[in-house]
Design a protein around this ligand. Sequence first.
Ligand code: SF4
Ligand code: SF4
Ligand code: SF4
Length: 223
Amino acid sequence: MKPGKSSWVQALRFAVQLGFMVALVAGISVTKEVSVWLLPTILLVGVFFCGWVCPFGAAQEWLGKLGKWMHLPQFRMPQGVQRYLQLSRYILFFLLFAYGISILLLQGPRNFAMLMGGSVYNIASGIIITFLVLSLFTARPFCNYFCTGGAKQGLWSVLRIFGIRRDTARCGGCGVCSKACPMNIEVHKTEFVRHPNCIGCLSCVSSCPKNCLAYKLMPARKK
Ligand code: SF4
Ligand code: SF4
Ligand code: SF4
């Protein structure tokens, strides 16, 4: 099948990811700038940080492409397991938060701030290599199941104003969009992608051969 017309978006995304990766390697800190617009962006369009900015997410994605290029065996979590396993990063986030609260109560606000302010990279530094190797065989394993930073952003993103809408009248139900999703979201089974794991990579949009996925105003949730 032909790729969707908007595949140029992926070229743009790669350029943005590369820019942030180069900035990281060059020691140019953009943390302050990114943190200022992070929450407003999430509330407007979702977790674009993960799909467009985060160097660790980009590293996993590029290693995934390398794994495919090397014809390494690829594993995709079955939906029956994914349904439960995708909760792991939220459980980790709340465990970490509960641990932070106990530190706050026992040792004071300074240690709490150090713990909760610590980046996801510091917390997971001991296992980063493992996840990078795993990325050769499965899409974004750290993002999918382990990242508490991504979980925190994902929880905010359920309030987003704009999101991906599937034109159900034109959709052929081929499932190409879901196969392209690195976060294993079943795009072809939903009209609006509200999933908190969505990282705004637009891979689903770019892959649709009928161009029936687009960013639209999210409707109010049905009661
Ligand atoms: S989920 Fe975590 S590691 Fe993955 S892109 Fe987002 S912040 Fe980065
Ligand atoms: S949205 Fe596009 S890629 Fe997804 S199932 Fe429909 S036609 Fe296929
Ligand atoms: S639903 Fe689409 S935009 Fe969201 S993570 Fe999956 S492929 Fe990326």
